[in-house]
Ligand binder design. Structure first.
Ligand SMILES: Cc1cc2nc3c(=O)[nH]c(=O)nc-3n(C[C@H](O)[C@H](O)[C@H](O)COP(=O)(O)O)c2cc1C
Length: 434
């Protein structure tokens, strides 16, 4: 089997561009289930591996509209489990503001409801004001990762509490569960104390897929040890190739097969009839963003209040913030490389929230994705349509067929679970001691 591109779609009901919802015909209500169902239908038509919903347990005025009005992703995914058949269903749950037992139970349940399509994005939550909703302090960056490491280990241990054949449902003997095949976790660690077992049988995938999106040293280390899919932030091909090679080496250092971890940078495809037409579409979207929204978004991404700076001055030398290293590092490197002003950089940031915008005809976009994939800057892409459904339809109907013709992407699903799509085996139970 030759290496194939994997595709995920980043779902935001108002589109991924800050102003995507203002495009005529665009969906504009993330709270309407029909919007997510429409996106899921298009994704399955495009034979996508994964549908992904981010999450943050708090709200800040001025954020992206789908970050301000954001229904619980696990509930949306439970509903989508009933109306989809193949696509992987991924959502974020915070390791700083959740309990591992609850997270393990929710994703095991989603895996059962969807017959093996659940994926958990384990994030440490970078936005400090989330802490106000939980009556506690926001831990500093590295401590958040220390907590996350224990959190992920507990969740994985809970998924393995039940042997695969523990639920017997024997009408003749009246035995429902064989308790000799159900094992407590007995975890007592620095941050969590969890007896177990879980009250859900072993998930159909054995272990639901783990997604990770932290780009700091600690984040990459957690991903290299535990993740199946890693979302990254890229702007430059050479930089992305170096990051890909260094991440895969880290996976190998942890005794894992680098091919078992799928690295998916975020990209926003703007598909036009021609390259010039695509640029016009992007310019139209960008014209709907004002300076203060742009600078607000850039401040959030760089983790620093930029309101005192002049828009047309060069981007100042800033250090990496406590909130998120990945976005700040990638954006500051781009600004330095291209001698950008703050206005230039906010324009990049409002488009795809710091991710790469690939703007052009379907051929131009397919060429770019092919090059990034073949030159090993990516194993696939986390596609971020600027608005739904139009921009996503264009990608699926015009770019996907080109990738298929070039032998880079599946024509149809060959399995039923997300592990099948990713080419990952179902893991055997591992007994972990707390
Ligand atoms: C594609 C993508 C999706 C992300 N989704 C979320 C999310 O849903 N919630 C969240 O709090 N952080 C999210 N993040 C942020 C990171 O997971 C991470 O928490 C943050 O970047 C800080 O980690 P770092 O310093 O290791 O980069 C996402 C990042 C990327 C690239």
């Amino acid at each position: 089997m030759t290496r194939q591109i994997h595709l995920g779609v980043f779902v935001l009901g108002t589109g991924n561009h800050f102003a995507g919802w203002r495009m005529p015909g665009a969906t504009d209500d993330f709270q309407d289930l029909a919007v997510s169902q429409t996106i899921a239908r298009i994704a399955e038509r495009g034979k996508f591996d994964l549908l992904f919903f981010g999450d943050t347990p708090g709200v800040t005025p001025g954020m992206h509209p789908s970050y301000m009005v954001r229904p619980d992703p696990l509930l949306i995914l439970s509903a989508l489990a009933a109306t989809t058949t193949h696509i992987g269903l991924g959502a974020t749950a915070s390791t700083t503001y959740s309990e591992p037992f609850t997270v393990a139970r929710s994703f095991a349940s989603l895996d059962h409801l969807s017959r093996g399509r659940a994926a958990w994005n384990a994030v440490t939550t970078s936005i400090a004001n989330s802490s106000r909703n939980f009556g506690r302090e926001h831990p500093p960056h590295d401590k958040r990762y220390e907590i996350a490491e224990e959190f992920v280990a507990v969740v994985r241990g809970l998924w393995d509490c039940w042997d695969d054949d523990a639920i017997v449902i024997d009408r003749a003997t009246g035995h429902y569960v064989d308790w000799s095949k159900v094992h407590p976790l007995d975890h007592r660690g620095t941050y969590f104390s969890v007896k177990g077992p879980l009250n859900v049988g072993r998930p159909p995938q054995g272990q639901p897929i783990i997604l990770q999106a932290g780009g700091s040293d600690r984040g990459q280390d957690l991903a290299a040890r535990t993740a199946d899919v890693v979302f990254s932030v890229v702007q430059d091909l050479d930089e992305a190739k170096a990051a890909y090679a260094s991440f895969k080496a880290r996976v190998a250092e942890h005794g894992r097969n680098p091919g078992d971890v799928c690295l998916m940078p975020g990209i926003m495809p703007i598909v036009g009839r021609t390259d010039a037409d695509a640029r016009d579409i992007l310019n139209r979207l960008q014209s709907w963003v004002d300076d203060s929204s742009g600078m607000g978004l850039l401040s959030a991404r760089l983790g620093c209040d930029l309101s005192g700076y002049a828009l047309d001055q060069p981007v100042p030398d800033l250090s990496l913030p406590d909130s998120s290293h990945s976005f700040a590092r990638t954006l500051l490197a781009k600004a330095r490389r291209e001698s950008m002003t703050l206005r230039d950089l906010y324009n990049v940031t409002v488009a795809a929230r710091g991710h790469l915008v690939v703007c052009g005809s379907a051929e131009t976009i397919a060429d770019t994705l092919e090059r990034w994939f073949v030159e090993r800057a990516a194993d696939g892409f986390n596609v971020m349509p600027a608005w739904f459904p139009g921009a996503f339809d264009a990608f699926v109907d015009e770019v996907v067929p080109l990738l298929q013709q070039r032998g880079l992407y599946r024509h149809d699903y060959t399995g039923r679970t997300l592990r099948d799509h990713l080419g990952l085996p179902r893991p055997a139970v591992q007994r972990r001691q707390g």
